[in-house]
Design a protein around this ligand. Structure first.
Ligand code: ZN
Length: 618
């Protein structure tokens, strides 16, 4: 019964194929194309040979003038999804982007838009790419692609994976720390640069530590630029001579010396059973391919003694020597950043954030996400449950249990530091559960080691004080002030002390005759009452929601990054403008600045400067 069902399904598939081919041929007849000579359905194909695709056909195409056979496989969703192409053995041998099972990787189809009205055109367009790839392979034009795809080839037949934190910028042959750790009955292998304190990162990324692990010798070989050798293709394996030639033969003479001195040093800290080598192979696009071998059983008996001496397999090779291919999974912070469009120039920056409330917490998380090396947090507030829906931290960060003191509220800086370090363990966070003016009095900061200060406390008088203090410093880093306006009307960030002195927080409060001063950048008219009290004076809050604070935080983080990378010079006032619906519908009044368009706001970003400002103009 089952067998019959299978046959029926199979027949349906092949009937479907015939129909599809008929339709395609009809459309092809209308096309002006000369690359597809003919095609016919495969007779009783095994879908396992074609990545599970049931509808397959044999295509006859011209490649470099030679009739060549390619198999096309159509997914059930064709023409809404791309067909796959296979090349199984033959005249061409191997070429880049040809996978082990004959699949040709001719496109990264993530962003391709298919016009499903014309299936034959889709087929022809794909075929053109496939043929181009094969002809380039034939002429050796895309040889470099073998290096770019090297790690994919290397994965074939690899039996180990090493989680590695390697600084591929460092061009010297050196030892790496390598350890095997049993986790849940399996061994996981980790490697990192020596003498770096990564235990925190390891605990947070891999949820494990190094207790009980076994250390093995591991040497990193950064090969010279313009090195080229083929990856092992299909089921071929490199002989020991090839391995040695490919690695030692592509080391600089300086590195060969370093290698010899490394292996001469006796060390007892290693388990001698295994010897790991990790190879860094530079590619033309500035990346470094990483691959690895683990060698074992390379010990020599001493005559008349039970003792055995281990040798590095590149120095002396025992006839019992065995090897295992290993792939590398990277966890170096610059790799993690690079792969996500991050900016590695931020990796040595120190950002100090004053205020860990709704905006400050979001800013801090974003700078960590941007990959800055160090964040200092200043805030003397504790976390409350009612903060949660307008804060980067959730309800799990409100309380902590204290031996002897019971349930305690956490300081915002402490909870935020923990949150950031767990998520982004390569960023160090220093916390100051203090008032910022006390920090200033106590001179807690070495300003030459701070690259940016962000003030997000939402208290104008304190901010004016901070502004006066910072501008009096000889070596003040750039200081950003940020605040949000009520009811979604907008938010602002002001850059100060950014290579230009003039233009500061005090300028925003330029007095006009005898009127009371107010923040002249505001979108809401001054002297309106916005704050609300839920349960009395102690619980007054300004009505803005998490979207307003996050939007302000994004503007501030984006501005801060541009200041750090010197894309912004001078001290602009930057604002985002909300639609004001809620604000206006509640009868509040906006300012003439709110009436400006985004372009006008941008054009007037330096016009707030007060040439008679008592702080920045003297
Ligand atoms: Zn000023």
């Amino acid at each position: 019964m089952l067998l019959r069902l299978f046959q029926v399904q199979n027949r349906r598939a092949s009937d479907g194929m015939k129909l599809l081919i008929k339709e395609l041929k009809e459309e092809l007849a209308l096309l002006d194309q000369h690359i597809l000579l003919d095609f016919e359905a495969l007779v009783a194909p095994n879908p396992m040979d074609y990545r599970g695709l049931k509808e397959t056909a044999k295509l006859s195409v011209l490649i470099d003038g030679e009739p060549t056979e390619i198999i096309v496989g159509f997914p059930d969703t064709f023409p809404h999804a791309l067909p796959s192409f296979f090349y199984k053995e033959g005249f061409f041998g191997s070429f880049p982007h040809l996978e082990e099972d004959g699949l040709i990787c001719f496109t990264r189809n993530e962003s391709l838009i298919l016009d499903s009205r014309y299936p034959a055109s889709i087929l022809i367009n794909c075929l053109e790419k496939v043929i181009d790839l094969m002809e380039k392979g034939l002429y050796g034009e895309n040889k470099e692609d073998y290096l770019l795809e090297f790690e994919a080839y290397w994965r074939n037949g690899a039996e180990m994976k090493i989680y590695s934190c390697i600084d591929t910028q460092n061009q010297t042959v050196r030892h790496l720390d390598l350890w095997l750790k049993e986790i849940g009955g399996n061994y996981s292998i980790f490697a990192s640069e020596e003498n770096e304190n990564l235990s925190f990162a390891i605990e947070n990324i891999f949820q494990t530590d190094r207790t009980g692990s076994v250390n093995c010798r591991c040497i990193y070989f950064p090969l010279e630029k313009n090195t080229f050798f083929m990856p092992p293709i299909k089921d071929t394996e490199w002989s020991h001579a090839t391995i040695k030639q490919n690695i030692m033969g592509n080391l600089s003479s300086e590195n060969q010396k370093v290698f010899r001195s490394l292996v001469q040093k006796k060390s007892k800290k290693f388990n001698t059973k295994f010897d790991f080598v990790i190879i860094g192979l530079p590619t033309s696009n500035g990346n470094v391919v990483l691959f690895s071998y683990a060698f074992y059983d390379n010990e020599f008996s001493i005559k008349g003694s039970a003792k055995k001496i281990p040798f590095h397999p590149f120095i002396l090779r025992c006839k019992n020597l065995k090897k295992i291919k290993a792939t590398i999974s990277r966890w170096h912070p610059s790799h993690m950043l690079n792969r996500t469009g991050g900016n590695t120039t931020l990796m040595n920056k120190h950002v100090l954030i004053v205020g860990a409330g709704s905006i400050g917490s979001e800013i801090a998380v974003r700078f960590a996400k941007a990959g800055v090396e160090k964040i200092s947090l200043v805030d003397h507030d504790i976390m409350e449950l009612e903060n949660v829906h307008r804060h980067a931290l959730g309800s799990n960060r409100v309380f902590q249990l204290s031996e002897g003191r019971g349930l305690l509220h956490q300081f915002k800086v402490h909870a935020l530091a923990e949150e950031i370090q767990q998520k982004y363990p390569f960023t160090t966070v220093k916390e100051y559960a203090k008032n910022f003016s006390d920090c200033l009095k106590e001179e807690l900061f070495d300003w030459s080691k701070v690259d940016l200060v962000v003030v997000s406390i939402g208290m104008p008088n304190q901010e004016m004080q901070i502004n006066r203090h910072m501008l009096r410093l000889q070596d003040s880093p750039p200081v950003l002030y940020t605040w949000v306006e009520p009811l979604g009307i907008g938010g602002h960030v002001l850059v100060t002390a950014n290579q230009v002195k003039q233009g500061c927080y005090q300028c925003l409060f330029k007095p006009e005759e005898d009127d009371p001063i107010y923040n002249r950048s505001a979108f809401a008219e001054p002297f309106q009452e916005f704050s609300k009290a839920v349960t009395g004076c102690g619980s007054v809050f300004t009505p803005y929601n998490f979207l307003d604070s996050e939007r302000t935080a994004i503007l501030t983080a984006a501005t801060g990054i541009k200041v750090l990378t010197q894309e912004i010079i001078d001290n602009p006032l930057l604002s985002w403008k909300g639609d004001g619906q809620t604000f206006l519908s509640q009868g509040f009044h906006s300012t003439s600045r709110y009436a400006l368009t985004e372009e006008e706001l941008h054009a007037s970003r330096l016009m707030y400067k007060d040439l008679e400002c008592p702080v920045c103009s003297f």
